[in-house]
Design a protein around this ligand. Structure first.
Ligand SMILES: *[C@@H]1O[C@H](CO)[C@@H](O)[C@H](O)[C@H]1NC(C)=O
Ligand SMILES: *[C@@H]1O[C@H](CO)[C@@H](O)[C@H](O)[C@H]1NC(C)=O
Ligand SMILES: *[C@@H]1O[C@H](CO)[C@@H](O)[C@H](O)[C@H]1NC(C)=O
Ligand SMILES: *[C@@H]1O[C@H](CO)[C@@H](O)[C@H](O)[C@H]1NC(C)=O
Ligand SMILES: *[C@@H]1O[C@H](CO)[C@@H](O)[C@H](O)[C@H]1NC(C)=O
Ligand SMILES: *[C@@H]1O[C@H](CO)[C@@H](O)[C@H](O)[C@H]1NC(C)=O
Ligand SMILES: *[C@@H]1O[C@H](CO)[C@@H](O)[C@H](O)[C@H]1NC(C)=O
Ligand SMILES: *[C@@H]1O[C@H](CO)[C@@H](O)[C@H](O)[C@H]1NC(C)=O
Length: 520
């Protein structure tokens, strides 16, 4: 499976039929820089034209943008998106504008997955196979090879390109980013997202594709297959009609829903892939940082990680996972036990408008003084699942617990990881957590849930403001570590959230690790 690396091989190896789907392969240095200049000029012109057009439409009374009724859908579309574009472009250095501007040179406003492009699935599968086999590292020639202690960042990406654009802008502005290897792990093949990823020039980049996606398996497991039991059917009924998974509803009595299983599978697959499969990370002993497409980073996050790494070496030998900070309670997506109903409503795609907003900026000012503080605590899925980093040593311990991760009846990867930590790992996961967060969650508009009052641009601009205000506190010269005299005993793990009862899911997940072992 493991293919040789190198762009040239991709050029030679890719069949002509894939040509349209992959961006043009870049040639030797001379040609590349020429095309860079061309690209820059093109983007400049396009930006300029767009701004001109936009100005014209604004001075034309604004009714044309106001009348498109985007507000009715409750999305952050239309006029809002356009208004925010100015704000975002003004806040970002010009050479980064290209990441914000979509093909149509407007702020891509969709936060929902794009309509399924009419791609030929056979070709998509072939393209995915090629990407995974060749393991091309972009920009390696210019930025040099990965060192064994360089930072590796893995971003799990579905289809929300607007968020990804902002995340890339934030990454591009981080100090030290040029030494990073960025691995983008996709579960949705989209030419426009590929184009965006290929335009990254500020660090080394590799794309990997989760090969068991619903997109590439629309009518078979892990997608939905014909014989699957309907979610809400009673078990007796299911046994009677002999649907495929009749024996294995989840702990709430519901049957598998394909789209809710993908994120956990993908998370486990990419961790296995990055630590155990890729040629480029074979000798890597440094940190791997896990991000998602709707995160946003502070410009000192790499330095913060370095400081934390140093601090754990000296002060906390049981710390085996670093967390760049919890952004208040925002990521409390999956509910806790008292919010189980809310979580289930979300799972069903029902309105969750009676749930208090999870988005709270008010307490941040008190954190401004704490930007150099970090604390030691047990790793908790709800609080520490954003911007977490660990090395291969920790990964080996986690991997040993594959059964705890894969058999736990919860479709959330972070709850499953907590299960691993509490019930399997000999020393549990001990986190060093930044008090002043370096990673933020901007994805108010979820993958599956259409929030009634979801406003993607509001979240992004608020995060930008927060970081602007925190600027003078970033890049601390040292960390102050607080260590509780005695770590709080973690509460016994609550019952899982379900959604992971089907044995096929357990097996697929397990295979990702065990088959890798066999293959070495
Ligand atoms: C935003 O997206 C919607 C549907 O995807 C589209 O109708 C609308 O014109 C878009 N607005 C802008 C400003 O691109
Ligand atoms: C640009 O937008 C137009 C109309 O909104 C659409 O028909 C076209 O496909 C878009 N082009 C690209 C490259 O997305
Ligand atoms: C998809 O592409 C393959 C290979 O090029 C071709 O054989 C097949 O007919 C195409 N399928 C569709 C539905 O276009
Ligand atoms: C990392 O690489 C350096 C130089 O190539 C080597 O000296 C060092 O032992 C390596 N460290 C680890 C942990 O492998
Ligand atoms: C890993 O280390 C081995 C042995 O030192 C070396 O032969 C190989 O080229 C290294 N691989 C990478 C990707 O650095
Ligand atoms: C990996 O992290 C552990 C702490 O979890 C630390 O003890 C170990 O030294 C680290 N390994 C390397 C090679 O840095
Ligand atoms: C969305 O957020 C932007 C930026 O904060 C704001 O200007 C706009 O009014 C908001 N739109 C809605 C529908 O709340
Ligand atoms: C997992 O691997 C086993 C053994 O190779 C195979 O029989 C089974 O079909 C696999 N299951 C899934 C869901 O991939």
């Amino acid at each position: 499976m493991r293919g040789p690396r190198g762009l040239r091989l991709v050029e030679e190896g890719l069949a002509g039929q894939l040509h349209q789907m992959l961006p043009p392969a870049r040639g030797p240095r001379g040609r590349r820089s020429a095309s860079c200049v061309r690209t820059a000029v093109f983007i400049f012109i396009v930006t300029f034209l767009w701004l001109q057009l936009h100005m014209a439409s604004m001075s034309g009374g604004g009714s044309s943008t106001g009348a498109n009724g985007a507000g009715k859908h409750g999305g952050a579309g239309g006029a809002d998106a356009e208004n925010s574009l100015h704000e975002f472009l003004n806040a970002v250095p010009p050479h980064l504008h290209k990441f914000l501007l979509g093909r149509n040179s407007s702020l891509a406003n969709s936060t929902e997955p794009p309509p399924q492009p009419s791609l030929n699935l056979t070709m998509v599968r072939q393209a995915i196979e090629q990407y995974n086999a060749y393991q091309v590292v972009l920009n390696e020639g210019r930025l040099g090879p990965l060192h064994n202690d360089s930072l590796v960042i893995v971003i799990q990406v579905h289809a929300r390109i607007t968020y990804l654009r902002h995340l890339l802008v934030s990454l591009a502005q981080a100090r030290g980013i040029e030494n990073v290897l960025l691995i983008i792990s996709h579960d949705f093949f989209d030419p426009e997202i590929n184009e965006l990823v290929h335009s990254i020039d500020f660090c080394k980049v590799m794309q990997i594709f989760y090969p068991y996606s619903i997109q590439t398996h629309p009518n078979e497991f892990p997608g939905e297959s014909l014989g699957d039991c309907p979610r809400n059917i009673k078990k007796e009924q299911a046994l009677k009609i002999k649907c495929l998974n009749a024996e294995h509803p989840d702990l709430y009595g519901h049957y598998r829903e394909a789209k809710f299983t993908q994120t956990k599978h993908h998370w486990w697959w990419k961790a296995n892939r990055v630590f155990d499969h890729l040629e480029v990370t074979r000798n890597h002993t440094g940190l791997v940082l896990f991000l998602e497409e709707d995160h946003y980073v502070a410009e000192d996050f790499i330095e913060a990680l370095r400081l934390m790494q140093k601090a754990t070496a000296v002060h906390c030998d049981k710390c085996n996972i670093l967390s760049l900070g919890t952004y208040l309670k925002t990521y409390n997506y999956y509910g806790d036990s008292k919010n189980k109903e809310a979580a289930k409503a979300k799972r069903l795609g029902h309105s969750t408008s009676n749930i208090p907003p999870s988005w709270n900026f008010e307490i941040l000012p008190t954190l401004y003084q704490q930007y150099q503080k970090a604390e030691v605590t047990q790793w908790m899925s709800n609080s520490h699942n954003m911007g977490m980093a660990f090395n291969r040593t920790t990964w080996r311990e986690i991997r040993q617990c594959v059964k705890y991760f894969c058999n736990y009846d919860d479709y959330n990867w972070d709850w499953s990881l907590q299960q691993v930590s509490q019930n399997c790992m000999p020393h549990k996961l001990h986190a060093l957590v930044m008090r002043g967060p370096r990673v933020f969650h901007i994805g108010e508009c979820g993958v599956h849930h259409k929030k009634a009052n979801c406003n993607s641009t509001a979240a992004i601009s608020k995060v930008m403001k927060v970081l602007h205000n925190a600027k003078k506190h970033l890049f601390p010269s040292h960390l102050t570590i607080t260590m509780p005299a005695k770590l709080k005993k973690t509460k016994p793990l609550r019952k899982g959230n379900g959604g992971w009862g089907d044995l096929r899911d357990h097996q697929l997940c397990y295979n990702m690790t065990v088959k890798d072992f066999v293959l070495g």
